[in-house]
Design a protein around this ligand. Structure first.
Ligand code: ADP
Ligand code: ADP
Length: 224
């Protein structure tokens, strides 16, 4: 992001933000409610349209024609606070639908990939369950697997554990931690400071319409 300005009406939420996230890097965004963390994330994949500045994803500058949006979004997976699964579809179908419809994979290919990813998030036995019959933590792990099924180069997480009962937070963070350790490029908005300390390469503190501070977890989180 270069000199990114984002306004809602007269209100400036991001006032000239510069942020570079390198391949394989895990960046955790923290800061008070209303600081613009979610907005920044949503600007990266074009869910929000910026007023000025530039956003470049994997060398491609984001513009807002359908072709550019589709191209950028195909490289980015996003996980929201509310899991956003299709409730009328089994877990396996939640994972295969976009693979066949968007990526053009065969049903068999899509199934194989889905099962591999369900295994990876610890839910191999839930393929035929409906989302409503899963815990929040399980649903969020399905949502992560669904995003990964599109083979994204970048994963964005917007408070992925904030809607969960405390005892279910750990299982989702564990999956994210493994993903980070495996080298996924990630931008994560979270209040989980233990995750930030352990998983982040860089912590970015947002306040006052932009980035107030950025550095290693030690630099940003440990000072008095
Ligand atoms: P954070 O994620 O740090 O809590 P947000 O990015 O959600 O902050 O919000 C930043 C500011 O932008 C807040 O003042 C919020 O009210 C405002 N905002 C967010 N989305 C919209 C919207 N769609 N329309 C108007 N204002 C919005
Ligand atoms: P480690 O063995 O590295 O201390 P764990 O294997 O217990 O960590 O968990 C991996 C990551 O998941 C931790 O870095 C932490 O951020 C997160 N985590 C696990 N369980 C919880 C929990 N109950 N609450 C918050 N975060 C958790």
């Amino acid at each position: 992001m270069r000199d990114v300005v984002k306004k809602f009406g007269q209100t400036t939420v991001l006032d000239g933000v510069d942020l570079t996230v390198h391949a394989g890097e895990v960046v955790v965004l923290i800061g008070p409610s209303g600081a613009g963390k979610s907005t920044l994330l949503r600007c990266i994949n074009g869910l929000e349209r910026i007023n000025s500045g530039t956003i470049t994803v994997g060398g491609q500058q984001l513009s807002y024609d359908e072709k550019s949006l589709n191209r950028v979004r195909s490289r980015i997976g996003m996980v929201f606070q509310s899991f956003n699964l299709f409730p009328h579809m089994k877990v396996i179908d939640n994972l295969t639908m976009a693979q066949t419809d968007v990526l053009g994979r065969s049903k068999q290919e899509a199934r194989d990939r889905a099962l591999e990813l369900l295994e990876r998030v610890g839910l191999a036995d839930k393929a035929r369950a409906y989302p409503d019959n899963l815990s929040g933590g399980q649903q969020q792990r399905v949502a992560i697997a669904r995003a990964l099924a599109m083979d994204p180069e970048v994963m964005l997480f917007d408070e992925p554990t904030s809607a969960l009962d405390p005892e279910l937070v750990g299982e989702v963070l564990q999956v994210m931690r493994t993903l980070a350790d495996d080298g996924m490029t990630m931008v994560v908005v979270t209040h989980e400071m233990r995750f930030a300390r352990k998983a982040a390469d860089r912590v970015v503190l947002m306040a006052d319409r932009g980035i107030a501070e950025a550095g290693t977890p030690e630099q940003v989180l440990e000072h008095p």
